[in-house]
Design a protein around this ligand. Structure first.
Ligand code: PHE
Ligand code: NA
Length: 438
């Protein structure tokens, strides 16, 4: 059987954007920004995406398109010896990330249903926090985790590329429009001035004093939000089968992803400030507390809420399938398992790994910090070393396919991957590990 490729020319970029835009932007970005000091974090994060994230997307793209293989097979095909374990690391990271990602996605499904059934009858933020408390853990949480994983398994088992493609075409623009609307509403709140200054003006004193925690947090968030460090972009590029300008595609993906994240900050912080909450205190519940409070206070808020939470659920789905696809493509390519049993077996394993997260949020913290703070950073570091030092010529040549002569840009890219990226990411990793161990 011929290996699958994307159905339409736009399919690849849409699927990659679908993978990138997800809970990382809407749920994780605002609470990490709140914990790491607002504007100071935003600045470091934006620099990280532009200077390290963008070249790192290309690192994954060239490997995938060149080998037309899953991450494990791709690295084995190009490297030898200990490098083989890198592909395995990717698969392991995928398990951990998807297990809690699905639980959080289940929260969004639950909030959608709450809107449909009861509306968001919230008198104050205290009530919003209480509601989040009931959603975050428990037997119902487990149920929604199961429902979400069932959806992920269903899509991946069917291999419905068209499904992903159409979904993303409608959803990403709709999410942006709704976020702009909500941000405009946030602007009308009295607290918005204080919120903007917190979010937009970096406190350099704070940055200098806290860079050892800001840097690893920005690194982890940048890789997570761009779906880097665990082979998703390798896998998606492996289905390309055509010469495209990968640099342009990477630019579109990073820009759209960043736009969505930055917009979310314009929604969440005004509402948290209006409620008199510490921006960092919201934690994983921050987005839910601020939004349910907002939806309770505006005419038509119930409908808006259902649409918004539902859409985030779908955005999470288009990210989650990319993670399961990495695991499944490995079983298909390497072990010859067929798609349906591979999807079910791996999906069920991921579901089981997520069960503790539905019982206690401690596990969410543990998994999230381990996966984002350490594993994705490690995966990206090793892949940069591999591409920069082991297969630089193949990589440079592959990048030029669909572009033509890269001129000095090709060499510049390789040197950025070889030294600055490796150094910055290694420092981030070291600081992240020190932080985790403490
Ligand atoms: N990029 C996704 C998001 O922001 C999460 C993700 C991480 C997806 C790693 C795939 C791989 O929600
Ligand atoms: Na993202």
């Amino acid at each position: 059987m011929a290996r699958e490729t994307w159905a339409t020319r736009a399919g690849f970029i849409l699927a990659a954007v679908g993978s990138a835009v997800g809970l990382g932007n809407i749920w994780r970005f605002p609470f990490i920004t709140g914990q790491e000091g607002g504007g100071a974090f935003l600045l470091v994060y934006l620099l990280f995406v532009a200077l390290i994230g963008l070249p790192a997307i290309l690192v994954e793209f060239v490997i995938g398109r060149h080998t037309e293989l899953n991450p494990v097979g791709a690295i084995r095909a190009l490297g030898s010896g200990a490098w083989n374990y890198l592909g395995w690391l990717f698969v392991a990271i995928g398990f951990v990330i998807l297990s809690y990602y699905s639980v959080v996605a289940g929260w969004f499904l639950r909030y959608t249903l709450i809107g449909v059934l009861d509306g968001y009858a919230i008198a104050d933020t205290g009530e919003a926090q209480a509601l989040f408390g009931t959603v975050a853990t428990g037997i119902d949480t487990l149920l929604f985790h199961a429902v979400f994983m069932a959806l992920v398994i269903g899509i991946i088992a069917a291999g419905v590329r068209r499904g992903i493609e159409i979904g993303v075409k409608v959803m990403v623009p709709a999410i942006v429009i709704l976020l702009v609307g909500l941000a405009a509403y946030g602007f009308t709140l009295d607290a918005s001035t204080a919120a903007y200054s917190y979010y937009l003006s970096p406190d350099f004193g704070y940055l200098a004093a806290n860079w050892t925690s800001i840097l690893p947090a920005a690194a982890g968030q940048a890789f997570f939000t761009l779906s880097l460090g665990m082979g998703v972009m390798i896998t998606y590029a492996s289905y390309l089968g055509e010469d495209r300008n990968l640099v342009a595609d990477a630019g579109v993906i990073a820009s759209l992803d960043t736009l969505v994240a930055v917009l979310v900050g314009f929604v969440v912080f005004p509402f948290l400030f209006a409620a008199g909450l510490e921006p960092g205190a919201g934690g994983p519940g921050g987005i839910f507390v601020s939004l349910t409070t907002a939806f309770a206070g505006i005419p038509g808020g119930r409908v808006l809420g259902v649409v918004f939470f539902g859409m985030v659920g779908i955005a999470a789905l288009s990210s989650a399938i990319s993670i399961l696809e990495v695991l499944v493509s490995y079983l298909i390519d390497e072990l010859g398992v067929s798609r349906v049993p591979a999807s079910i077996a791996l999906g069920v394993a991921v579901f089981l790994l997520g069960v503790p997260v539905t019982i206690d949020l401690i596990f969410l913290d543990l998994f999230d910090l381990l996966a984002d703070g350490i594993l994705l950073v490690l995966g990206s570091l090793l892949l940069a070393l591999f591409v920069g030092w082991v297969v630089p010529d193949i990589a440079r040549e592959e990048l030029s396919r669909g572009i033509g002569d890269l001129g000095p840009f090709g060499d510049a890219w390789i040197w950025i991957v070889r030294i600055p990226i490796v150094v910055v990411v290694a420092v981030s990793l070291y600081l992240g590990v020190v932080d985790y161990v403490e």
